[in-house]
Structures are given as C-alpha cells and as structure tokens.
Design a protein around this ligand. Structure first.
Ligand code: SF4
Length: 457
C-alpha cells in the first residue's frame, strides 16, 4: 500500500499534489509528505497522520516550485515512524533526489548489506531508501542511465515517482504489480497511483505507465524508456478486489464495474436462499450490488457506516482495529429483524472483524446470516507491498472453510472460486498476480521479509 503523486510544469504543483494525496488517502493513512522544487531551492513538508492533519494553507503556500512529488504511507517495510515518512529526500553532489515509492523489494537484505559494505549510511528502515543509494552510486554521466542502472538491480514490486533535479521520473517494475498512470492538466504532466486523483484536480487521463517502463518528464516533454520488458505480468488482483477506490481506473479498467462483476459471478457460483442482500460497508458495497442484481434478491443497506472513522484493515495495531470494528458500523434493526440475510464481503483476513459484525447482525434480530466472499480464501502472505499478515495470522491458511464458518458464526459461508475471480476481471487472466490465493509467486519472495526487516538487520 501507499499512494504516490507527482506533477511537473505547473505553477501550483504543491497544491495539486496536496489534492492528489487527498484523493489517494485510502492507500495510506499513517503519514504524508510533499517535496517541491523551484529550480533553485528544494522545499519539503512531511508529518504523521492524514493529509488533512499534515498540511494547511500556509504550508502549501510555502512549498514553491513547478515540480512536486507526494506520498501517503501505509508501512510495509519500515515501521510507522517519522524517519520513514516519504518522499525520502537527499542531496547528493549537486543533485536533489526525492522518491515516493509504492511496493516492496524482494532483494532488500542483499542490496542493503552490499550497500552498507560499500560505505552507504542509511537514515531510514525503508527499502525505498535503497533505490536512492543505488542512484547515487551509479557511475554514469547521464542521469537517465543512472536511473536505468539503479532499477536493473531491483527485484520485487515498485511503482515510484522521483524528483531528480528538474525532471520528474516515473517507473513501474517489469511485472507491473502496482499501478501508475499519466495525466495532463494545463499542459503539465501528472503521475499518480489512481485516476481518482486526476479526477479531483481536473486532469485528463493520458495512459498507464507500462510494466517495465520508465518515463522522464522534463523541459523536453515526456521521454519513455522500456528496458525492462517482461513477457509475464503480475498485476495485483487485490487492487480490484479491495484496495483501489471504486471510482478509479486501475491498469486501464474501472474498479467499480469489476467489483460488481465479481458480485454477479459470486451469485452464480454461490447462491443464497434469503430475503435480502446487504454489503459489509464499504468494502462489500459494489460486489453486493452485482450479487443482488444477478440473484434478483432485494438489496438493502442493513448497516450504516460512521464515516468519521478510518478503514479498519489499514490501522496498524490490533487494539485500534478491535475498537474501530465496534464503533464503525451500526445495524438498522428494522431492516434486519427476522430476515434471512446474504451478507457480501470482499475478503476475510483474520476473521475477527467479520465475527464481530455477524454478532452485531444477530443481536439486531437477523434470523439467518449467509456470508458470501467475492474472492477465494486468502491463504498466503503478500511479499509485494500489501501488508497481509504472516501465514499464521491468515485464518484460511490453517483452517477449513467449515471451521471459519463456525468461528465467524454464520449459517453458511462460501467463497468465489479462483476461476470465477479471474473470469470477472477486465483483463486476460495471465496478466494477474494471484499469489495470496494460490502461493504461486512470480518473483521469488524473501521468506524473512517483514515490516521490520531493516530494523533487525
Ligand atoms: S500476493 Fe495478492 S496482494 Fe500481493 S501483489 Fe499478489 S495479488 Fe496483490
């Protein structure tokens, strides 16, 4: 997780970046930062918390320049600490370098050890800093070649935006795990994780940054280099299922329509004999619409979400997660009483959240609760930038569906099949990573990987 944004050639670069980060807030709520450059001086502001907590009008006005990069963070390598807030900014020789990274490198320990052995002194515990050290060490006159040399040493997943003096650089790993797209506003180029950020600032969508492509955007316009092409792609299918905003287009296709299609397929594969279909708000909303349409069972909103509370999965500690589950959703008793309910959820990670929600539905008077999940059981951890827990914490990695049904307390529990999930996607099956469902990792994972990997080494 993490949201990245960059703009070059616009007099309001920092303000557009602020708005872009606002739109990308769902991708990381721990910290936010913007680095801006006016071709003479570099300006930076970063802080822990939400975009609205970190920035205000005075701060935005102090970030001068027509080039800016920004980041919202959900930590996957490096704990949630102020030293790990991105963009990560350094001055090396006469170059200003600021990076905002989404993804996880899988050869972090190897690169980190090698760089330290050659004298690199790390300031953070993020894998993203490795990219900056590789750039600084790349011996080449051309800054483009420096970037290519640095990228050639990376393994794993990365989409990043990089401020490199007066050039904005965007790159996606050869497998294309994480999204990154290009937009344009008032003649200025924009790079962002999701198109919802383009919509908010009034920019036009241009295209995706392709897997393995590096774009350099400077005074000569946009230059593309595709050195790292790869036959097999591994687009993160979970972006469609859960992470991305439904109003975004990811990998060139709309998220809302895809979630609805997952719900339709779920209704075909796993019908439920019930009086009403309802989602677990908000993540199950769109699959529930598809499920209700396909099954011709009335759709009801049986629980109301308190919008003043952030998403539970994205909160880092178990204590905060438990508390938020309880205060976040309130059932509408008059809708649920004596009803047989099909409740639609996008995924089950630990199962503890679902259990609390089902208990709430029972207490509100539901007669039967049938849970339907719009993806297959999550059985394997993600090593590519999504903070899924270890295998031990993923309930489906060690328990049968019947055991999970009993634990959650529903009358029936059914998951969408892997084929059904892939058939619902708007792109060919072979384009996707499905490792958290089937354990087929396209890039060899680092089994020792954890958020604190560089804090222990
Ligand atoms: S393992 Fe799952 S969450 Fe991670 S990149 Fe692959 S599909 Fe996405």
């Amino acid at each position: 997780m993490c949201g990245i944004f960059g703009v070059v050639g616009h007099k309001d670069a920092a303000r557009l970046t602020y708005l872009g980060l606002y739109a990308l807030q769902h991708r990381g709520e721990e910290s936010a930062g913007i680095v801006a450059y006016n071709r003479r001086r570099i300006y930076s502001h970063k802080g822990m918390g939400l975009v609205s907590d970190v920035f205000n009008e005075k701060v935005i006005k102090s970030l001068h320049g027509d080039l800016a990069v920004g980041h919202v963070r959900y930590s996957t390598t490096g704990s949630s600490l102020s030293k790990n807030i991105q963009p990560f900014l350094v001055k090396h020789k006469k170059s200003h370098i600021a990076i905002a990274h989404n993804g996880n490198l899988t050869n972090t320990i190897k690169l980190h050890t090698a760089l330290e052995g050659k004298g690199s002194i790390f300031q953070t515990s993020m894998d993203s800093e490795i990219i900056v050290h590789l750039l600084a060490k790349a011996e080449d006159i051309s800054y483009q070649n420096k970037v290519i040399k640095a990228l050639s040493q990376l393994e794993g997943s990365y989409s990043f935006v990089l401020l490199l003096n007066d050039t904005l650089v965007g790159a996606r790993d050869p497998y294309g795990f994480r999204p990154l797209c290009i937009g344009k506003i008032d003649g200025a180029y924009v790079l962002t994780s999701e198109t919802c950020a383009l919509d908010l600032i009034g920019a036009d969508y241009v295209r995706e940054v392709e897997p393995g492509e590096v774009v350099f955007i400077g005074t000569n316009g946009l230059e593309s280099i595709k050195t790292f092409s790869q036959d097999q792609h591994s687009l993160c299918i979970f972006e469609y299922i859960y992470f991305a905003r439904p109003d975004s287009n990811i990998f060139g296709k709309n998220v809302y329509l895809t979630r609805k299609q997952l719900g339709r397929q779920l209704a075909r594969e796993c019908p439920a004999d019930c009086d009403l279909v309802m989602p677990i708000p908000d993540s199950g909303n769109y699959a529930a619409v598809g499920f209700a349409e396909e099954s011709k069972i009335p759709y009801e909103v049986g629980m109301i979400r308190n919008h003043y509370i952030g998403r539970t999965f994205i909160q880092p500690s178990q204590f905060i997660r438990d508390f938020r589950v309880k205060v976040k959703l309130n059932p509408i008793k008059d809708v649920l009483r004596d009803k047989r309910i099909a409740i639609i959820e996008d995924s089950i990670v630990r199962g503890t959240t679902s259990r609390v929600r089902v208990k709430t539905l029972r207490e509100a008077g539901a007669k039967e609760v049938h849970m339907r999940i719009s993806c297959p059981p999550l059985r394997f951890p993600c090593f590519y930038g999504i903070d899924f827990p270890t295998k031990k914490e993923l309930i489906a990695s060690s328990h049968s569906i019947e055991w999970i049904r009993d634990f959650i307390g529903v009358d029936t529990l059914k998951y969408l099949s892997k084929d059904g999930m892939l058939d619902s996607m708007p792109l060919p099956k072979c384009e996707f990573c499905t490792a958290c469902f089937d354990g087929q990792y396209s890039v060899k994972p680092c089994r020792k990987a954890s958020k604190s990997i560089l804090e222990r080494s």
